[in-house]
Design a protein around this ligand. Structure first.
Ligand SMILES: [Zn+2]
Length: 119
């Protein structure tokens, strides 16, 4: 039987195992796999800058290193209104589950409350 193992390779050097690392620059999130020595170099370089930088807990509409897009408050509020409306209308939705596009469309049609556009 063939044994299959998945090795994440370092993004800088071939044949070395890498560990996934995330960072963002100019609002663009990046993932890179780094072997231990590149990880040390990366950490040293970035920490030189981080020392002079402000820490950010979360930024609306910006990707966090986890890859999670935090939606702006206005969108979340709108989602909350859709959720409340959908429950009142007897739609079957879980407290924190996704709201289906059908429900959203029905909500907009029924209330005229469109999803805010955020740029
Ligand atoms: Zn490396």
């Amino acid at each position: 039987m063939q044994r299959i193992s998945i090795i994440i390779e370092c993004g800088l050097r071939d044949g070395l195992e890498g560990t996934p690392t995330s960072f963002s620059l100019d609002n663009t999130p990046y993932d890179i796999d780094l072997c231990s020595s590149d990880m040390i170099r990366f950490h040293e370089t970035v920490s030189n800058w981080a020392r002079h930088a402000r820490k950010v807990k979360s930024h609306p509409g910006r990707y966090t290193p986890s890859g999670d897009l935090r939606r702006p408050q206005v969108i979340r509020n709108w989602g909350q209104r859709v959720r409340t409306w959908a429950k009142e209308q007897g739609y079957d939705i879980t407290p924190n589950g996704r709201i289906g596009s059908r429900i959203k469309a029905d909500y907009v049609q029924a209330t005229g409350d469109r999803r805010p556009v955020v740029r």
